[in-house]
Write a protein that binds this ligand. Structure first.
Ligand SMILES: *Cc1c(COP(=O)(O)O)cnc(C)c1O
Length: 373
């Protein structure tokens, strides 16, 4: 049997009429950029998130750096995040000339460890950039408390966490901006690149609207900006899929629950941790092999058996060798947890469109590997 890592073609087939209908509407409208489908999608997105504003942008990376610029965070300022995330989290801060200060992640959730943040704050620190890694919200209450104490902005990297919430908080409630990505492999994926910023701050909304469109808020009037818009065809795809996101997340959570129950007896790896009261949306189901030297062999074993397992992310950002703008980053302390995560992570296929047969087969092969150790 073959089990692929993504279910988006199945997903397209499941709601083909709705997606095709929206794309057709855009094609016939003649408005493909900054048109009515984008406005409709933004209205739906903000209603869904419960924030005052939603701005469609070109991708998730742009969502982050446009938010930083709108907040006035830029060259020479320091932004705190953790190194075991997708490269773009740090890249977005580098793009605007910030120094990225890494602190280690939590031992269990692999989100940023709030206990490590304060020691990394200097008089140049302007923002904390927590990542809702793998689909579980970072501990936003603790982060907000630290941000308030030191007068810092908080920008949520929510590329992986859409439709999630934490214990007693919603996304956007405890931050200045929430940034998401609609690239196809994310839980709410369009058919190309796309992203959005959510905020409750009218000033940030107005600034990002301008920044994404060549610094223009009126025809022929410009200030320095970018070209970073969610185009109307992609907005049509997001709009069609948004109606299904809650149900899809529930299905992800159900598959994750099955994996966790059925793999609970395994001896050679640990399973994902879900914090009480959190809705972990399982963008990724990541287990960690106890003996990291066996990790690659486990991935190979699964691949040989037709299961497209992956690693997220097997090289932490501070371990990457290419920093295009030199040493504009710094480390704070050590990164045992992030490095452990990089060395031992294995992501199993998990998406709403998985079948029972496929899920059972994944469990069977993972347990087969486990008992052979
Ligand atoms: C995917 C991702 C991004 C970047 O999104 P793009 O749309 O690919 O630019 C940023 N941060 C995290 C954590 C991601 O997973």
């Amino acid at each position: 049997m073959k089990v692929g890592f993504y279910g988006h073609v199945r997903q397209y087939h499941n709601i083909k009429d709705e997606i095709d209908g929206n794309i057709q509407t855009v094609l016939e409208s003649g408005s493909y950029v900054m048109g009515p489908m984008l406005s409709k999608c933004e209205e739906e997105l903000k209603a869904y998130m419960g924030t005052k504003y939603a701005i469609g942008v070109g991708n998730g990376t742009d969502a982050i750096y446009l938010s930083l610029i709108a907040l006035g965070v830029g060259p020479g300022d320091e932004v705190i995040t953790h190194p075991n995330t997708f490269f773009a989290t740090a890249e977005a801060a580098w793009i605007v000339g910030c120094k990225v200060v890494f602190v280690d992640c939590d031992e269990d959730t692999r989100c940023i460890d709030p206990a490590k943040i304060e020691a990394a704050i200097t008089d140049k620190t302007k923002a904390i950039l927590p990542v809702h890694l793998y689909g579980q919200c970072a501990p936003m209450k603790e982060i907000r408390t630290i941000a308030d104490k030191h007068n810092l902005f908080v920008v949520e990297d929510n590329a992986q966490g859409i439709d999630g919430y934490g214990d007693g908080f919603k996304q956007g409630e405890l931050s200045d901006a929430v940034c998401t990505s609609f690239i196809i492999q994310k839980n709410l994926g369009c058919f190309g690149d796309g992203g959005a910023v959510f905020t409750n701050n009218p000033d940030i909304d107005a600034k990002i609207r301008k920044l994404r469109n060549h610094g223009s808020d009126a025809r022929n009037h410009h200030s320095q900006g970018f070209n970073s818009r969610l185009d109307d065809i992609q907005a049509g795809v997001v709009s069609a899929k948004l109606k299904h996101i809650t149900k899809w997340t529930d299905q992800r959570i159900a598959w994750a629950g099955q994996y966790t129950r059925k793999l609970a007896g395994a001896k050679n790896f640990r399973l994902p941790t879900v914090r009480p009261g959190y809705r972990h949306v399982f963008h990724l189901y990541v287990l960690e092999v106890n003996d990291p030297s066996k990790r690659d062999a486990m991935v190979d074993f699964l691949k040989e058996n037709g299961i497209d397992a992956k690693t997220h992310y097997s090289i932490a950002i501070h371990q990457q060798d290419g920093f295009p703008w030199g040493k504009e980053y710094s480390f704070h302390g050590t990164f045992e947890n992030a490095e452990r995560n990089a060395d031992s992570c294995v992501s199993l296929p998990l998406y709403p469109e998985l079948t029972q047969e496929e899920a059972d087969y994944v469990v069977e092969k993972v347990l087969e590997w486990d008992s052979a150790q």
